[in-house]
Design a binder for this molecule. Structure first.
Ligand code: NI
Length: 160
């Protein structure tokens, strides 16, 4: 595994639409594993392949940090959503920036897992938020596009 460089705010790749994965091969597995390592290295709860410069519909999510394997999704699609909730949201491509975004409270997503098998996962609360945020990335949509006006804040969490 290896850390990958995270593309930052202003990088035009973040606005591009990612392509579907046709075959789940060793390269995709390596990408998933590298993304997982990179996400944890930066304490993120989710990361999409476009954020490491790869325009493929691949995401990793870990909202729990309980040592269990991360959720790894290929070609994820939201098939059902319910409710709405205001969330304070950030993104590894926007270090220290946060804004309020309204997201569904309960989403169901269809995807392939790392074995190329079709799976359905349901997420509530923070997991629902992360699924929506990461799937948006695959279409070049960023949380700043959905934020409520005037809620963007700079919070330096490293400050001591
Ligand atoms: Ni993000």
């Amino acid at each position: 595994m290896a850390l990958r460089e995270i593309r930052q705010e202003g990088d035009e790749i973040l606005r591009k639409k990612s392509r579907e994965v046709e075959v789940v091969d060793d390269k995709i597995i390596e990408l998933l594993n590298d993304m997982d390592e990179t996400m944890h290295a930066y304490n993120g709860v989710g990361l999409s392949a476009v954020q490491v410069g790869i325009l493929k519909r691949v995401v990793v999510i870990d909202v729990e940090y309980d040592g269990k394997p991360s959720i790894k999704l290929i070609n994820p699609v939201i098939i059902k959503q319910k409710g709405s909730e205001e969330c304070q949201e950030g993104c590894l491509s926007f270090p220290n920036k946060f804004a309020k975004v309204v997201r569904p409270t309960d989403v169901t997503v269809k995807a392939l897992n790392e074995n190329g098998k079709e799976i359905t996962i349901r997420g509530k609360g923070l997991l629902a938020e992360a699924l929506c945020h990461e799937i948006d990335h695959l279409d070049g949509i960023l949380f700043i596009d959905r934020m409520e006006e005037g809620t963007l804040e700079y919070i330096d969490s490293e400050e001591k």
